[in-house]
Structures are given as C-alpha cells and as structure tokens.
Write a protein that binds this ligand. Structure first.
Ligand code: USQ
Length: 510
C-alpha cells in the first residue's frame, strides 16, 4: 500500500498541540521527528480526535498501517467512514466522485450552486446524457447504491457564512474543490464572461481558504488545477509536476543556482487558465501562512462517461457536454461522429495534450485523499494517463466509428479560433501518481471511446445531440472576432489512419 508508512503527521484526524512555528512551510515534520522530547518547547505533539484515549503523543509514532482507524482499500488505507466534502458535487466530476467515494464507505457531503447547469443553459446547450434534479439524484443514490449524501445548495463565494456553518457541522477530513468554471472558451466570450469565470474561480477559492483556516485547518484540500497552467513552452522544456525537482539548475551569467522546491513557470492559455494560475498562488500562500495542506491537481483533458456507479442506473448518470464551451475534445468528437458532423480539428490539429479517463481520474483522486499532505505542505501532481495529439484522437474516433459502428466518419480541419500553438513540442512529466501513489491507468482510450459510442447511439442521447447541433461548431474566437469558423479542408482519412496506426499506443479491447 502506497500510504502504509504515512503517520499521524499526515492524518487529518489529529490536532497539533505544542509550539507550532507558523513561519515554517511544508515538510517541517522532518525537522521535529529527531527532536521529539516533551520537555522541549519546539516539540509538536498530536491529539487524535478519533482516539482521544491516546492523549498527547508523538505524531510520527503511529503509521496508517498500524492505526485501526485507517482501513485497507484497493487504493490505499483510508480513514474509516472518512468525511469527505465535495464542492461542485452536481458537476461532471463532482457527482461521479460522490458515488465513487460513497461506494468505498466514505461519508459524503457536498455543495453546489447549480452554476454549471445555468452556464450551459445560458449558451443554449445541454448535457447530452440526461441528468436528474439533485433531489432525485440523491434519492437514486440511496435507493440503488445505499449511499447517503448530505447536500446543501450553497455558493462558496457569496454564501461564505452558510458554507462555514456547513463545514463546521460536518467537519470534513478531506475537501475536494471542483466548484469552478472549467471552460476556456466560456472565459473568452467577452468581458462579462471573463469576469464571471475569474470571480467565480479565484474569489471562490480565496474565500474557501479562509473558511478552511477558520474551521478545519487540519483537513486536506484537494484543489483541481489544470495542465494548461503550464502552457506548451516552445523550447520543449519539460512540464514538471508544479514544483522544480531538487536537481533542476538555473545557469546564468556564468553562475548557477538550484531551482529545487520553487514553483515552475506558468503560461496559461485562456482567462480560465489564468484563474487556475491565480488559484495556485492563493493555495500555495495559504499553506505557507496557515499550515493548511493541499494537493493542487494538474488534471489533463478529461474524457469518458463510465464508472461502475454512474452506469448502475440512468438516474445516476453524470452530465456530458459536447458544445464548444463545455465539451472536451474526445467527448465532442464522438458526438460529432454519431450525428455525421466531420470531426472538428482546430488549425493544424497537431496540438498535444495530456488526457485521462473519467474512471481513472476518480481513482487518482481517491489515492490522493488516502495520502494527505503534511501540515503546511503544498503538493502538486500532474494527473494524466497518456499524451496524444488532436489528430491522433480524431483518427482513433474515426477508426472506431467506422470499424465497429459502421458510421461514415469524416475529419475536417477548421480555422483555429484559439490563440495557441497548433504544432509544438510537449514533454509532460506524470510520475508521482504512478510512483508515489501506486496508480496504474485502467481504461484505454479506445475502450472508453467505444463505450461512448454505445451510449451516444442510444436513441435518447442521439436525439439530444441532434437537438444541439448548432452549438458544436465554434464561434468563440480568442481574438474577439464574431463569426463561425470556416472549414479549411476535409482530410483524406484512409492514408492518414494507416499512418496513425503505427503511432498507436492502445488497441481496441472488445
Ligand atoms: N480541439 C480541437 N477540436 C475541438 C475541440 C478542441 O482541435 O473540437 C483542440 C483545442 O484546440 C485544444 C485541444 O483540442 O488544443 C484541447 O481542447 P479541449 O477543448 O478538449 O480542452 P481545453 O480547452 O484545453 O480545456 C479542457 C477543460 C478544462 C481543463 C483542460 C485541461 O475544459 O477544464 O482544464 O481541458 S488542459 O487542456 O490540460 O489544460
């Protein structure tokens, strides 16, 4: 188990007692383990809220493996009935994670202000996989999976007092922050939308940090960042996991310095991505000032529809968007293939990104919930399971659509409405999740695309895609121009698919 040797120092169930030096940040536990002696003033002691009978004790003395409160699961030891609060629980990821964690025995609570439903509605779009109202979702979770979810409708920025009361009541041991606007294109529509995204994301997160400080500072915050914070440096410099490794050196003017431990450069690619960068600094500072502990999760582009829990009943399904603002590339391509729109490659289509399937993202989150950072530690992971170009993805979708579903899929290159490099080097590191937290991807891209085709071809979903055909072709230009993109060319698929076949990393498993 990846977290067997973690100790109470990592555990959100302890209160720290003793002389805590709030000027120190992160990894500070290591300074104290050698000097543990209750007569010394610098000594930090622990008090366990779950096992008060232990009294004051050395936080390094008990490992997760030894503690009866931490129980084995396939994803690591997890606190028995761990209290997890999901902010943004009504969204694509939030709802999926709620059911996933509920099935693992966590006590799940959550808040949402239904912004996502409203934003999508405002654009004239809708989720192609129908979702129920929250009270029906909650009833179905209880009826089908026997999961009780404690839900409140709260806006984490404008209703800070309500959130505080709820957090105070629940005392979550882990807080998952998904309550942000996830759309680069939405943030580029006009000034109102740029402000809406930055206000919602940046101020919501800032307010949350103060709320955590004042209510549950020992709780672990898992905050969703994005790989797009790093941009795609044209020098080909690797995208490290948020913080430079110890061996990284800066050479300049005949001198050199270690960069180890410093935040890596950020070069965001939309006002949405800028909001995530601002969050990074706010979370980083809060860990430093108040000894909060956080994972900043640089997630790649997500795709897919499946976990065992959401597939258990139509009422448990999570939303899936395919419009130009809220649909991500693979989800959009499969929907386009299903209704006969040639797949929309923006520009050259040689943009490269990191990707992860919905199910695998849920497993990563669980593994991180199981291994809370130390007090004061701002930890970062790159959460992706593979790297692909837009073209590769279009060929994969076209090939599966043609061969397994007999659909006449075509691919078109259209003008790129974004300001982004559409041909560039890309070397993203994603070593921490596999090496430190034991994650191995379980879902191949072909397998998940196949599942999507199966679901999207059901009459109800296909009809819902048809109904929103008009929101598929992009109209939001980063430059501010107001027009729909024009087609540049239809690709000759035959030769291209064969060429692509040599590059393929995955095979269809059916
Ligand atoms: N693209 C196409 N055709 C399409 C849609 C997209 O060629 O029809 C290209 C885009 O130009 C871009 C790439 O595919 O280069 C990815 O675009 P996307 O819309 O799938 O994803 P993106 O805009 O980057 O944003 C999504 C999520 C966001 C998350 C981000 C992770 O909406 O919340 O933060 O993926 S990352 O891209 O790693 O920053």
């Amino acid at each position: 188990m990846h977290n067997a040797k973690c100790t109470c120092w990592n555990c959100p169930a302890i209160d720290l007692a003793g002389k805590v030096d709030f000027r120190a940040c992160g990894q500070s536990g290591k300074q104290f383990d050698k000097t543990l002696d209750s007569t010394q003033e610098t000594h930090i002691m622990a008090e366990c809220k779950r096992r008060p009978e232990l009294g004051l004790y050395d936080p390094m003395a008990i490992t997760f493996q030894e503690c009866p409160q931490w129980q084995e699961t396939p994803y690591g030891y997890i606190l028995k009935d761990m209290r997890v609060m999901i902010l943004g629980i009504d969204g694509y990821l939030g709802w999926t994670l709620a059911l996933w964690l509920g099935s693992l025995g966590c006590k799940v609570s959550g808040v949402d202000n239904y912004n996502r439903r409203n934003w999508v509605k405002e654009r004239g779009a809708h989720t192609i996989v129908p979702i129920s109202r929250m009270n029906q979702r909650l009833r179905a979770a209880k009826e089908i999976l026997d999961i009780d979810i404690d839900f409140r409708q709260i806006d984490i920025y404008t209703q800070r007092e309500r959130l505080k009361e709820f957090i105070d009541e629940v005392k979550p041991e882990s807080i998952i922050h998904y309550a942000e606007n996830p759309s680069p294109a939405f943030s580029m529509i006009d000034v109102e939308h740029a402000i809406e995204v930055q206000k919602n994301n940046v101020l919501g997160t800032l307010a949350l940090l103060f709320t955590i400080r004042d209510t549950v500072p020992e709780s672990a915050l898992l905050k969703l960042g994005t790989m797009g914070e790093y941009g795609t440096p044209l020098t080909g410099r690797p995208l490290f996991e948020g913080i430079f490794p110890a061996e990284a050196i800066l050479q300049w003017g005949g001198r050199e310095w270690s960069l180890g431990g410093e935040l890596t450069p950020r070069d965001p690619v939309s006002f949405y991505h800028v909001s995530k960068v601002q969050d990074t600094f706010n979370v980083y500072e809060a860990c430093k000032y108040w000894w909060l502990r956080s994972f900043d999760i640089m997630q790649g582009v997500i795709f897919g529809v499946h976990t065992d829990q959401v597939a258990a009943d139509p009422r448990l399904r999570t939303r899936l968007d395919i419009d130009e603002w809220f649909g991500t590339i693979i989800n959009r391509f499969v929907a386009q293939a299903v209704i006969g729109i040639p797949l929309t490659l923006y520009g050259l289509g040689k943009q490269i990104r990191g990707f992860i399937a919905l199910r695998d993202a849920m497993e990563c989150m669980t593994r991180l919930i199981c291994a809370p950072p130390e007090p004061g530690q701002y930890a970062v992971v790159n959460q992706i399971s593979g790297i692909h170009s837009a073209r590769q993805l279009a060929y994969t979708v076209a090939k599966i659509g043609r061969e397994y579903f007999n659909l006449p899929v075509q691919i078109q290159r259209v003008e790129n409405p974004r300001v982004e490099a559409d041909e560039h080097p890309f070397e993203a590191l994603y070593e921490k999740l596999p090496k430190r937290y034991g994650f191995k991807p379980k879902v191949t891209i072909d397998e998940e695309i196949t599942r999507m085709f199966e679901l999207f071809l059901t009459p109800e979903v296909k009809k819902r895609i048809e109904e929103r055909k008009q929101v598929i072709m992009p109209k939001t230009w980063w430059s501010g121009v107001k027009k729909e993109v024009e087609r540049l060319e239809l690709l000759d698929l035959k030769g291209e698919i064969e060429e692509d076949e040599r590059l393929r990393m995955f095979k269809v498993h059916r």
